[in-house]
Design a protein around this ligand. Structure first.
Ligand SMILES: Cc1cc2nc3c(=O)[nH]c(=O)nc-3n(C[C@H](O)[C@H](O)[C@H](O)COP(=O)(O)O)c2cc1C
Length: 324
């Protein structure tokens, strides 16, 4: 029998970034699956009904790839009710539990990667979540809290035992945050330790990186976060490479065309004023690596209308920029 399925290539969650316009672009350019920004179980339940912040995070759009809702917290009872309600919305194809976030404001309350220091509580949370939804449940984790307490193998087995259907492993400890290199050897060890699919994550910035991770770890799919910033083409490039096809890089013109399209989607949603401000970081990512882009980035940070941004990019394109 021919095996048609390729490993999954998904967009990892990025707080403040993986909103619907960015997820939609990634989906249209080849992401098999995307994840919402992390949603606080407690915040979701206690925020005023239709609270602006939660409404924004939860919004989805027609044409998106299957979307997984990611939830974080430290109280099983909040997970239970939040996941029940999120499941009932009907927009998501899975629930992911965040056990990897290193931010002090998250770990300070015992949530995110702090749960790797408290496997019993993590177990209760996974068990409770499993009972609260019919959707596939996944857990995203790191290697452990620090280099002296790497427990990802036991933790992954525990998650599997409690009914997680997939796990995503970011090959760093909490203390490493995003520094140093992700250790893919641990991802390989996790893959050998559990029967459920393992998604590898950490330091995929090119199609070659993705293929190398798949080969070195035997993982069932890859999730990319920072590599997709300003480069949502990476999903398609990875898939082309998996099929042994040549990949091509978009021209600066194509990149900036997409950046403007992204800005228009954002403006359609949030209005022009907010969109121009929120798009500043994205424009910086889209312009990264283009010769002569530094002053353009600075200028965009001072502009307040889409028309001005468009004119600035038009003038820049007339200089025929190329990539470094
Ligand atoms: C700005 C930023 C926000 C992030 N937000 C989340 C999040 O909400 N939930 C989560 O599980 N991981 C989050 N991460 C971690 C990423 O999903 C990913 O695990 C990490 O960046 C490593 O992958 P990469 O090397 O492909 O970037 C975030 C990372 C960054 C840089």
């Amino acid at each position: 029998m021919n095996k048609l399925a390729l490993p999954k290539v998904s967009l990892a969650p990025l707080a403040g970034i993986t909103d619907w316009p960015f997820r939609l672009l990634c989906a249209q350019l080849g992401a098999d699956e995307t994840v919402t920004e992390m949603i606080s179980a407690q915040g979701y339940l206690t925020a005023p009904k239709d609270s602006y912040a939660y409404r924004d995070i939860m919004l989805t759009h027609e044409g998106e790839a299957p979307i997984i809702a990611q939830v974080f917290g430290h109280r099983p009872e909040y997970f239970c009710e939040a996941i029940r309600r999120i499941t009932d919305i009907g927009d998501y194809c899975g629930i992911d539990i965040n056990m990897g976030c290193p931010a002090p404001k998250v770990t300070g309350s015992g949530s995110g990667s702090a749960l790797m220091k408290n496997p019993e509580l993590a177990r209760q949370i996974i068990k409770t979540a499993k009972g609260a939804t019919y959707l596939p449940l996944s857990v995203k984790m790191r290697l452990g809290w620090d280099e002296n307490s790497i427990n990802v193998l036991d933790f992954a087995k525990m998650a599997e035992g409690e009914g997680a259907q997939t796990i995503t492993v970011h090959g760093r400890t909490r203390m490493q945050q995003y520094a140093g290199k992700a250790d893919w050897d641990w991802i390989a060890k996790v893959k050998q330790s559990v029967k459920i699919p393992v998604i590898g994550n950490g330091d995929i910035f090119s199609a070659e990186d993705a293929l190398a991770m798949l080969q070195q770890t035997g993982c069932d799919g890859v999730a990319l976060a920072r590599g997709a910033l300003g480069n949502p083409w990476l999903f398609a490039q990875i898939k082309q490479s998996m099929l042994g096809r040549e990949t091509s890089r978009p021209s600066p013109e194509d990149v900036l065309k997409l950046a403007l399209h992204h800005a228009r989607l954002m403006a359609q949603w949030k209005g022009e004023v907010r969109a121009v401000v929120e798009m500043r970081k994205h424009f910086a990512w889209y312009l990264k690596g283009m010769r002569g882009a530094a002053p353009v980035r600075s200028q965009i940070n001072t502009l307040s209308t889409l028309w001005e941004v468009e004119e600035t990019l038009k003038v820049f394109l007339e200089t025929k920029p190329s990539f470094h």
